[in-house]
Design a protein around this ligand. Structure first.
Ligand code: IFM
Length: 468
């Protein structure tokens, strides 16, 4: 265990953990819940490893009290969860379903009783299938439906919520869902992903407008951002790194903070992002109160024509599969640096990249408070004969990233919170249950919960900052 410099985290710092509805709740047919695109996708053969689905997941819907007790034991100040749209509006439109509201109301009350601040995310990927049948995020109407839904949950829970997050990782919804095709709805079309990007952002802006009429709470959006570096200083490599950075980071940050889409991306995508108008960009660029950042790993990219050169420079480039549509479109490929440790997702570990990213967002975009709304890693965990999970890799990962955060604060970035992904092992999307991100082990046969060593270490860190 490392000695961490915790002095930079004030007493109000929000230490927390995060989860998402489809990944933990299960109970897909309970409480009059409608179907989501993830029910459809996970039940489509070949889409998820082992044919896993979120039908049962961690059965959190029925084990709420036990999970609340875990949070209380951990000593977190905040808990980030997401609301399943199909529990609130089974088809994505119309009047709210009371059972769905009651479930989240019980969750919020249970948190408040334990002095834990609830931080709900309104949309974490489980779009009602009824809306997908009408075009999903490809069509503008979904942005308006999202704003209606955001209004419903704000009216229902707003008396007890002080911080809201509109969307989680719109890059994943748009690009994994509509271009790369590995997430629901599993489509593969660049133009549709471009439209989906705009409609997600517009939905965020319209929701913000609606919510401001109903609450004084703080409202933000969560983006998955990263540092994207070229494999070399060759022009072709720096060009693709700029485009990949644009597609991941700037296409979201620019409209939110500068009310415009990045010119190079607009040009690349044929002159427009969705059917964006000045009015749309004014809606998207309304003031938010904080930015949520999910950080996991930095990326290095190479121009495809330079792959052999990169290999001879000792970089690892996997070309065993066809390039995904985004790489094919940019002429790019992902690269691994030899000697850099990777997680069980094969993601490189470099905590310093978190500091670098936060300083960039601060310098290039905004000095608004930033919350790290997700950070964590999948590891090769197992229960040892004494019944413990000694996940030292995860302990090391979390410690190094908390230190990186402290370094960012020392460099002048206003960081207001940190949420470990994830409280529980859970349904890791296309990887099903084959990847474990939790600080609590889930035995999926019995639903027994076992706090891992990382849980105990995180508890110690939180307690130490309270004493500091
Ligand atoms: O599990 C996901 C989460 O739903 C969104 N952010 C990344 C996590 C790990 O892949």
């Amino acid at each position: 265990m490392t000695n961490l410099e915790l002095g930079n985290f004030g007493q109000d710092f929000l230490w927390g953990t995060a989860t998402a509805s489809y990944q933990i709740e299960g109970a897909i047919a309970e409480g009059s819940r409608g179907r989501s695109i993830w029910d459809t996708f996970s039940h489509t053969p070949g889409k998820v490893i082992n044919g896993d689905t979120g039908d049962v997941a961690c059965d959190h819907y029925n084990r709420l009290d036990e999970d609340l007790e875990l949070l209380a034991d951990l000593g977190v100040a905040a808990y980030r969860f997401s609301i399943a749209w199909p529990r609130i509006q089974p088809d994505g439109t119309g009047s709210p379903n009371q059972d769905g509201i009651d479930f989240y109301s019980r969750l919020v009350d249970g948190l408040l009783e334990r002095n834990i601040t609830p931080v709900p995310t309104i949309y974490h990927w489980d779009l009602p299938q009824g809306l997908q049948d009408k075009g999903g995020w490809k069509v503008r109407d979904t942005s308006y439906r999202f704003a209606d839904y955001a209004g419903i949950v704000t009216e229902a829970l707003g008396d007890r919520i002080t911080q809201w997050i509109t969307l989680n990782e719109p890059w994943c919804s748009a690009w994994l869902g509509y271009a790369i095709g590995v997430h629901a709805p599993g489509e593969k079309n660049i133009a549709d992903a471009v439209s989906a990007t705009h409609h997600l952002l517009l939905g965020h802006g319209l929701a913000l407008q609606k919510m401001r009429t109903l609450t004084d709470a703080q409202i933000g959006i969560t983006l998955n951002l990263s540092v994207v570096r070229p494999a070399s200083q060759d022009q072709a490599d720096t060009d693709v790194a700029r485009l990949v950075d644009g597609n991941l980071n700037r296409i979201f940050l620019d409209p939110i903070f500068k009310k415009s889409y990045p010119a190079d991306l607009v040009e690349h995508y044929g002159g427009t992002i969705g059917e964006a108008t000045k009015e749309d960009l004014d809606i998207i660029g309304q003031k938010i109160d904080f930015l949520g950042v999910n950080f996991y790993f930095p990326s290095t990219v190479v121009a495809r024509q330079n792959i052999d050169k990169a290999r001879s420079n000792g970089l690892y480039v996997d070309t065993s599969n066809e390039p995904n549509l985004v790489d094919a479109d940019f002429g790019s490929a992902g690269v691994h640096r030899m000697g850099v440790k990777r997680t069980a997702m094969d993601w490189e570990i470099e905590a310093g990249a978190l500091t670098e990213l936060l300083v960039r967002v601060h310098d290039d975009y905004s000095n608004l408070p930033i919350m790290i709304t997700e950070n964590g890693c999948a590891a090769h965990d197992y229960v040892n004969p004494s019944g413990e999970v000694i996940d030292d890799d995860r302990v090391e990962y979390l410690e190094s990233h908390i230190q990186a955060l402290s370094n960012a604060i020392a460099k002048g970035v206003d960081v207001s919170g940190y949420f470990v992904w994830s409280l529980l092992d859970n349904f890791e999307w296309a990887y099903g249950y084959s990847r474990r991100f939790g600080i609590v082990w889930i035995d999926y046969e019995t639903q027994r919960r076992i706090p891992k060593r990382s849980f105990h270490r995180y508890k110690e860190i939180i307690a130490a900052t309270k004493e500091a």
